[in-house]
Write a protein that binds this ligand. Structure first.
Ligand code: NAD
Ligand code: MG
Length: 388
């Protein structure tokens, strides 16, 4: 029997993190956990650590250090805290790293894992949006393999002919359309955070759920796809598919369209990334097409969902524009979840921030951090202005 493979889960307490651990715990002798990290949920992190016995458990919030240390006392598991400790956890020698931190906070730890040549299962799409060139260039240099976990990109990865990219004509990302797919623009003005996070199909963290409701999630995914696959911007397309059964399409020059289908359960793409280039069994519900009976498709509405066009525009501009889009969106979504602004203000604030900042080249992590900070300052000012 081959030795257990060392794995690290960045963001283990989140939705993707928990699904990853669920799969690992079903076949415990296949994997050995090197590190688990979380933001501030010490209770969940400590419970996970006691079950999975990593070398180290890290909490980003420094104020939570004593609580974590006490919770792990006598277990022999090292406790650490702080942003730097999260990045260091990614440095530990684990062959496979799940990047499941949400937002630009995941950039540095993800980049650290890529820099040491690890196989990186990439859920954290914001990392590619704000620093895609940097991440893919670094991966090219170190031989780090990026395995897409986002269901659409995982689907494309499964059916994309990487040996003959010129045979690919189009890549079409499917979007569920979110909870407000059929809501009028007027009615969107007054939707609550509770309504926005209640996704009709997928169960996910709060930030990505709001992104799904604005369709910014699909915008971020367009940029993510452009970095992951050797295709031009004009070859990318988005189609709304409310059942979320077809996870994306790749169209070839002969007119053949290949797709990957499955029930909407993130454990399928996570399992694919965990086992790649092999496959492992999952307990996911199997697809019953006679039960579903029909699959619907429609074009996205650019008027009610302006976020999608903002992402297209940032992708075409290139340089720092996608990082600005991402940072402004993170600030606006946080303000919406805190009930400081309305739902329609999210895209408006992103648009304002994008307009205010001219796109500059990105050459280093420092460049990304600087642009991210400046965009957050401007977005925060735009949020304040709306509240007064
Ligand atoms: P989540 O909010 O459920 O979990 C986020 C994780 O990141 C948690 O473990 C949290 O503790 C950690 N975290 C948050 N802020 C942090 C910080 N500042 N420093 C360190 N750690 C921090 O989010 P999620 O739904 O699991 O999504 C994670 C990532 O995966 C996101 O980028 C999301 O877009 C992507 N993704 C998620 C899904 C899904 O089904 N949930 C699907 C596709 C892609
Ligand atoms: Mg997705």
């Amino acid at each position: 029997m081959s030795a257990a493979r060392a794995v690290t889960i960045l963001g283990s307490t989140g939705s993707v993190g928990r699904s990853t651990l669920d799969l690992i715990e079903r076949q415990p002798d296949k994997w050995r956990v090197a590190a688990l990290t979380a933001n501030s949920d010490v209770a969940t992190l400590a419970a996970q650590a006691k079950r999975l016995r990593p070398d180290v458990a890290v909490v980003a919030n420094e104020a939570s250090y004593t609580e974590l240390k006490d919770a792990l006392a006598g277990t022999g598991i090292e406790a650490a805290a702080g942003k730097g400790a999260v990045a260091e956890a990614a440095d530990r020698p684990a062959e496979w790293v799940m990047a499941a931190i949400v937002g630009a906070a995941g950039l540095e730890p993800t980049l650290r894992a890529v820099s040491r040549g690890a196989t990186v299962a990439l859920a954290n799409k914001e990392t590619l949006v704000c620093a895609g060139d940097l991440v893919t260039r670094t991966a090219g240099r170190t031989g780090s393999r990026l395995l897409p976990v986002d269901s659409e990109h995982n689907a494309i990865f499964q059916v994309f002919d990487f040996d003959n990219p010129a045979r690919v004509e189009r890549v079409i990302l499917t979007a569920s359309g979110g909870p407000f797919r059929q809501l009028s623009y007027e009615a969107m003005r007054s939707v609550t955070p509770e309504q926005a996070v209640a996704h009709p199909v997928w169960s996910m963290g709060a930030k990505i759920s709001v992104d799904s409701a604005t369709l910014m999630n699909k915008g971020l995914e367009l940029i993510e796809a452009w970095h992951l696959f050797p295709i031009g911007v004009e070859q990318l397309d988005v189609i709304v598919h409310p059942q979320s059964v077809v996870h994306s399409f790749v169209e070839y020059i002969d007119g053949s369209v290949l797709a990957q289908l499955g029930t909407p359960d993130m454990r399928t793409p996570i399992a694919y990334a965990l086992a790649w280039p092999e496959r492992i069994a999952t307990p996911c519900r199997r697809l019953d097409l006679t039960e579903i009976a029909r699959l619907d498709f429609e074009a996205p509405d650019p008027v009610r969902f302006p976020a999608l066009n903002l992402a297209w525009s940032a992708l075409r501009q290139g340089g720092s524009a996608p990082a600005v889009l991402n940072a402004a969106n993170e600030e606006a979504v946080a303000a919406f979840l805190a009930r400081r602004i309305g739902f329609l203000d999210i895209a408006a604030i992103v648009a304002e921030t994008l307009e205010a900042m001219t796109s500059a080249p990105i050459a280093s992590l420092e460049d990304v951090i600087a642009v991210d900070g400046e965009a957050r300052r401007r977005a925060s000012a735009a949020i304040e202005a709306r509240m007064s």
